[in-house]
Design a protein around this ligand. Sequence first.
Ligand code: HEM
Length: 160
Amino acid sequence: MATGQLCVILVVLCSTLAENVKQKPKAATKPVRLFTEEELRRYDGTQEGQPIYMAIKGVVFDVTKGKEFYGKGAPYNALVGKDSTRAVAKMSLQPADLTSDTTGLTKEQLESLDSVFEGTYKTKYPIVGYTAARILKDDGSPNEDFKPEEQPHFQIKDEF
Ligand code: HEM
């Protein structure tokens, strides 16, 4: 084979490899959107035309396509615009359960929470961000253990 041909092959090979390296997703370093409680409250389904967001375990889901459950006047409207982890774990709509607090939940409730989190929310609704409580430590510094959730069948939406 002529040296020229070999060079061309090498250049093509190298640039293909370089592309592959460049395109590798860097899940751990990708910036994610952080929601304060106040910000999350804006997406509680009361404003026509606004998306509807709800957090479980500090993960904020866009549940707009479930408007019949979560929109204004709908049966689960109380769950949105906030982190409703406890309510989902207990299948309760009591005001006292509309919180991220998991203190005292039973093993069964925690298992039920995970199954609804994985089986319903992560498969049905795109993740748009995380609550401050999930991303930051109590003193406001970054939580080094934070890892974004995998959601391979969705385009990551609104993360920047
Ligand atoms: C009499 C009581 C209840 C009945 C008959 C009921 C019925 C249902 C039904 C039929 C669905 C599935 C709808 C569908 O996928 O098309 C559903 C979903 C759901 N229910 Fe209930 N439910 C009740 C109480 C509750 C309570 C108290 C909670 C409190 C958290 C709750 C939370 C949910 C959630 C989070 C979903 C998933 C909605 C989604 O797919 O986005 N349910 N319920």
